[in-house]
Design a protein around this ligand. Sequence first.
Ligand code: SF4
Ligand code: MG
Length: 332
Amino acid sequence: ENGKLQVSHLKKFFQVGKGETLKAVNDVSFEVYHGETFGLVGESGCGKSTIGRTIMGLYNQTGGEVVFNGKNVHELSERDKFDFHRSMQMIFQDPYASLNPRSTVKEIISEPMEIHGLYPNKQERLDRVYQLLEEVGLSRDHANRYPHEFSGGQRQRIGIARALALDPEFIIADEPISALDVSVQAQVVNLLRKLQKEKGLTYLFIAHDLSMVKHISDRIGVMYLGNMVELTNGKDLYKKPLHPYTQALLSAIPIPDPDVEDKRERTILEGELPSPINPPSGCVFRTRCPFAMEACAAIEPKWQEVEDGHYVACHLYNKEIQDNPPIKETVY
Ligand code: SF4
Ligand code: MG
């Protein structure tokens, strides 16, 4: 229990339409350790952004808890809330939408410092803005310009400078490179890594694309339809993915060298992503799983640690179910 961030049995449900419930996040548990990058991966709508927003306190959870540096983030005193918002910052997917078009870069980066009463001296604050601009690979000449004068990658750098203004320990990066040109993505990723090294930052890095996350994550959690289905370190996830969904995601990533023949066995995803309003019974992945069996419709797979630090929710790895499959006559 020494995680910097502990997410335990987190649930976030939304009421939609006529008494229907959208289970955006359904009983998800993981820890993020000090100084690591934890990648949270899954298709859009799987609940990963909702997790990020719930951790930040932008949503109240429906169940479970989020503990940051030993404190439950949804039960903070006003004073602690203030400190929490300094410690944890967010970088957003869309740098275009997240920067006020009518503010200069200087104003955008200064704002969090003003709110938190940091650098009350005007010149010191300006120096701090210059310093932040340089840290993210921009220059002080950019301080008086407006967001529209910058490219997508530069705008994301401005967003990063703003997130760093309060000198946080923890950054939630919600698809920070998805909206950028491929050529720029690596630059922003490299910047994030450099800043992590220099400042000892901890990242929760949210992405829909495993190929991107694998370069930067120490550990990775794979989400499907509001559930976490597998969690392990980056290396094991690529070498021996256990969950059929992870296997499918990985086999969809092309081998980078065009001269190498691709001999991998593929797990192809059939069918559509079901709605989180009426998720399948038992295992949420069963409607698309090539290995689905009787038990998968009847019983929700347990979240179990099958090897040291390698967790999976799938009946294929549950000895009890393998040995005693539910009888065929069961009516579901
Ligand atoms: Fe497939 Fe069943 Fe495992 Fe779900 S529990 S991933 S349906 S084998
Ligand atoms: Mg999202």
